[in-house]
Design a protein around this ligand. Structure first.
Ligand code: DX5
Ligand code: ZN
Length: 218
């Protein structure tokens, strides 16, 4: 099952509620919510108050991508703010197993993200516990970057590992996903696609529908 997860980082924050309703009505499967702390990544985005406000406007799955140091400090708060799934970076957790267990104990879907230069071997002792792996296809911190070419191969290898072990974990890709490269990423084995610029630039509803059509025809 292919899913589209538009990243609200590329939305117009002055009318965020309306933009979110628009893309959800057009068929977005998840809302991808990028939280940045200015330490793990250079940029600062937004946090719980924004999520709480949005939670009142939609029932859509909140796919929360935490680009923050030691996210374990805030697990309860993100749940209270409306998270359905939480993704933490392997590079930002001193105790990755403990952090993943904390997410699961709250009844939320747990995912681990890997930066482009982080090896898949990081997942060796955690993969069985995960609902999803997020392969970063750009260096995290900003929307609108170009997808890094060697990430196709990384996704392909991860798909082999997941299928080989008979696991059900989803593979999400994030960064530089476009209507031009999404099929190649699908062929490589990813099944959840984050898209910021390529959803919010131009006609949002048309963009969402175009992605969904590619998925339906696969
Ligand atoms: C980058 C974020 C992405 C970003 C994607 O650090 O994690 O979710 O919003 O934006 P695009 O699709 O424009 O690369
Ligand atoms: Zn993201």
């Amino acid at each position: 099952m292919y899913k589209l997860a538009p990243s609200i980082l590329s939305a117009d924050f002055s009318k965020l509620g309306e933009e979110v309703e628009e893309i959800v009505n057009a068929g977005a499967d998840y809302l991808h919510i990028d939280v940045m702390d200015g330490i793990f990544v250079p940029s600062i985005s937004f946090g719980m108050p924004v999520m709480k406000s949005l939670r009142k406007r939609t029932d859509c799955f909140f796919d929360v991508h935490l680009m923050i140091e030691e996210p374990i400090r805030y697990m309860n708060e993100f749940k209270e703010a409306g998270a359905d799934g939480i993704t933490v970076h392997a590079e930002s957790c001193k105790h990755l197993n403990r952090t993943v267990q904390a997410i699961k104990e709250l009844g939320l879907k747990a995912a681990v993200a890997l930066n482009p230069a982080t090896s898949l071997s990081c997942l060796d002792y955690i993969l069985e516990d995960l609902d999803m792996v997020l392969i970063m296809t750009v260096n995290p911190g900003f929307g609108g970057q170009k997808l890094i070419e060697n990430t196709y191969e990384k996704v392909r290898k991860l798909r082999e590992i997941i299928d080989g072990k008979g696991l059900k974990a989803d593979i999400q890709v994030d960064g530089g996903i476009t209507l031009q490269n999404v099929e190649r990423m699908m062929d490589s084995g990813a099944n959840i696609f984050v898209a910021g610029t390529s959803v919010f630039k131009g006609d949002k509803q048309k963009n969402v529908k175009a992605f969904k059509e590619v998925f339906a025809n696969a």
